[in-house]
Structure formats: C-alpha cells, structure tokens
Ligand binder design. Structure first.
Ligand code: GLP
Length: 241
C-alpha cells in the first residue's frame, strides 16, 4: 500500500488524474472502474481537461461503475448512472458500447449482478479501479459486515451511509435503502487500485483501513493485501495515520 499525502484536495485530484492518464497512455485499451461521490469529482474534472487538451483519449478504453442505488432510474439526478455521465462520461470520448454501468432498475437485481460480473470478465477484468471511501470504511457499497462479499451483489445500506448520502436528497426518507455494488473480490481483482480521500470525516476510516486489522468491519482494510494500491490523501484525511 503506497500512501501519498498532498497539500490539499486540488493536489489529490491532480495526482489521481495523473495516475489514470499514465495508465491510458501506456495502454489505450485500459478498463477503468469508476466511483461516484464528491471525492472523485476533481479527478474527473482534471481528466476532462487533459482530454480537451489532447493529452489523453478514451476512444479505446472501457468503463464500469462501482455501484448504483436500487430503484432509481438512470436519469434520476441522484442515480450513479446520471452522476457519472454528467461529471465525466459525457465530456470525454468513450464509445457507448465500451461503457457498462450496473443498472439499479434491472427487473431482476440478482441476475443483473451475475451479468455484470460476466461483463467485467469478458472485458478482460478491471485494469485500474478508482475508489473513494465511506465514513464507516465502506468501499463501493460494501458496508461493514461479518464477512467480505466476493462478487457484485445487492446490499442493504448502513444507517450511517443513508445519513451521509442524504445530503444529496431532499430528505433522508428519499435515500434508497438498497444498492448494487461490486463485491470486495471484484475490487480486489483489479490490477491497480487508486483510493482518494479528503477531509476530517474520513480520518478514522483511513486509520482503520491502513493501520487496523484486516476485518470486514472495515471493508477497505482488505486493501492492505492488494499488491498495487495507491492511497491519495489530504492532510485532514491523513491526520490519524
Ligand atoms: C458513497 C459511494 C462510495 C463513495 C462514498 C464516499 O456511499 N457508494 O463509492 O466512496 O459514498 O463519498 P464521498 O466521496 O462523497 O465522501
């Protein structure tokens, strides 16, 4: 686990974008795993800037998303499908057929999970998975639990996650109670992982992830045994390590 602490959020975003750009330059066919949340927005902004300046292209790259709420239409403003299109995909040159986002409105969520795993396998697996982290140590929507979920699955969201994500909805009652998430195994199968976190609300989760025991009570702690993971932090998120 390589941990890098930057001066501020802006520097974290530049570093995250630089790692993704380096991957794309080395392999234009890179398969990316994309997260939502406020943390990656700066990384996406910088990647869009590099694309507009002709530094990188996504013409041959593919994208999968990390997770999605169950029950939200992909056009719903708070759906992760909508978020990724608005904040990233619509502004660069992915081919539509190379973007596969897991669907929270699938008629049969469990079948969608199985199909999603198959589609990732068929694409040759994720080359670079970008991650944020929840205040309770969740990655994707893998909530603290008694075991690590292996593959893409349906999740009951934790109360803390519903509370944290209610800031994007009119009120807490509107936050979906379930989601589909890549599993811990899906994430760990990625060749490279880059996790970004900023702000003091993430400090405890970062401490547990980097210094705690590998324990499904802090799902991100499993990253300690991934062979190629880079953690990008600002000083507030790094305060307890
Ligand atoms: C959500 C997402 C996660 C994300 C987390 C943190 O719950 N499912 O993938 O990492 O929020 O989001 P933020 O970056 O807004 O703090």
């Amino acid at each position: 686990m390589t941990i890098q602490v930057f001066e501020n959020e802006e520097q974290v975003a530049l570093a995250g974008a630089a790692l993704i750009a380096a991957e794309l330059l080395q392999d234009p066919y890179t398969v990316l795993g994309l997260p939502t949340g406020s943390t990656p927005i700066g990384i996406y902004r910088e990647l869009i800037r590099m694309f507009e300046n002709g530094v990188i292209s996504f013409a041959e790259a593919s994208a999968f998303n990390l997770d999605e709420y169950i029950g939200l239409d992909p056009d719903h403003e708070q759906s992760y499908n909508y978020f990724l299109h608005e904040n990233f995909i619509n502004h660069v040159n992915f081919r539509a057929e190379n973007v596969r986002l897991v669907q929270g409105l699938a008629v049969n969520a469990n079948e969608e999970c199985e199909q999603y795993e198959q589609d990732i396998t068929d694409a040759g697996g994720i080359d670079l998975q970008l991650l944020g982290i929840g205040r309770n140590g969740h990655i994707g929507f893998n909530e603290p639990a008694a075991w690590f979920e292996k593959t893409t699955h349906v999740v009951d969201l934790a109360a803390d996650t519903i509370a944290a994500n209610s800031r994007f909805f009119a009120n807490e009652d509107e936050v979906p109670r379930q989601a589909i998430s890549m599993g811990i195994g899906t994430i760990m199968d990625a060749e490279k992982i880059v996790l970004a976190a900023t702000g003091s609300s993430k400090a405890e989760a970062i401490r547990a992830m980097c210094k705690g025991r590998i324990d499904p009570a802090c799902p991100a702690s499993i990253l300690q045994i991934h062979p190629n993971v880079t953690i990008l932090l600002d000083p507030a998120a790094a305060a307890l390590i």
